[in-house]
Design a protein around this ligand. Structure first.
Ligand code: ATR
Length: 284
């Protein structure tokens, strides 16, 4: 006999996890779309990652998101991992299959591209454009994956530790070029999109040390930091007339594929959702 339970539970594993905005986003959508279910934060230490994932699966949960420090470690404990996650070497979304198998995905690449597409004028395209990406951590890999697959003409990658940027330039291929950190200001010449993937500008971190003088005024500036919403980089870019895109856009967009897989509806990013998350950010 099977017990058909249509109450769906998803959640996020992190260590720590209390800062995560994902529960607010998913529970907002659950309510908005009248789903029977819930999305919960679960503080899980690195040692307990595998047993926690297996337990969530056994309990009949729909799936999970992963945040620091689990995104990379998770790769080796799942039954199957999609190509994007393999290339980025990080999983941020798990979908539990009806047969008890655990499938991992990375939706950050999708989320980045969707964020840029949704916030630039209709028809804005990456092809023929030069992009500069600052930083070479996990977030940078998702951004480079998106830009390469989208068809950016030239991607300039620069990072405080040059060797990490050199390695990513090799990994992401001929359109991705390494620029030494000492040349980062010059790297902004003629670019159409600037993306900060470093932790600089985040609450408690120093601002990004970057001179915008060489950046064309038409270039779109995207910071993937979202706390605070208006980083020093975004404020400076806005003040000189550049279009800006905050880190919240990617956060919202990367959440959509997981919600669709678990709750069977394509969620939208509404002004009410923005208001809810902005209010939470102001309170934090
Ligand atoms: P994530 O996986 O979230 O991207 P990460 O792997 O810790 O995080 O990477 C953080 C990024 O921010 C790195 O590119 C890091 O540069 P290094 O590779 O030199 O460490 C960058 N970063 C952190 N603090 C920085 C600072 N003060 N100035 C410039 N870059 C910084």
């Amino acid at each position: 006999m099977t017990d058909k339970n249509d109450y769906k539970i998803a959640g996020i594993l992190g260590w720590p996890v209390s800062h995560s905005l994902s529960p607010l986003i998913h529970n907002f959508w659950i309510k908005q779309y009248n789903r029977r279910g819930s999305y919960i934060p679960l503080a899980i230490s690195p040692n307990d990652l595998k047993s926690a994932i297996d337990a969530c699966c056994s309990l009949g949960m729909a799936g999970l998101n992963l945040t620091l420090p689990h995104k990379e470690a998770c790769l080796s404990v799942l039954d199957k991992v999609d190509e994007t996650a393999l290339e980025i070497e990080a999983v941020n979304t798990i979908v539990f299959q009806p047969n008890g198998k655990t499938f991992g995905y990375n939706t950050d690449s999708f989320g980045f591209r969707a964020a840029i597409e949704s916030k630039t004028p209709k028809g804005w395209n990456i092809s023929g454009k030069t992009v500069v990406v600052i930083g070479s951590g996990g977030a940078s890999k998702a951004v480079l994956h998106a830009l390469r697959n989208w068809g950016a003409d030239e991607i300039r990658i620069t990072n405080r530790t040059d060797s990490r940027a050199e390695n990513l330039a090799l990994q992401f291929g001929p359109s991705c070029n390494f620029w030494p950190w000492s040349d980062r200001n010059k790297a902004l010449t003629d670019v159409s999109l600037l993306v900060n993937t470093t932790s600089c500008g985040m609450q408690g971190q120093p601002p990004l040390d970057l001179d915008l003088d060489h950046l064309p005024k038409s270039a779109v500036v995207n910071d993937i930091v979202y706390a605070p919403l208006m980083t020093t980089l975004l404020k400076r870019a806005k003040a000189r007339g550049n279009p800006i895109i905050s880190g919240l856009e990617m956060l919202f967009q990367q959440a959509r594929p997981g919600f669709k897989a678990w709750f069977n509806i394509e969620p939208q990013i509404t002004n009410d959702l923005r208001k809810t998350i902005n209010a939470a950010l102001v309170m934090s």
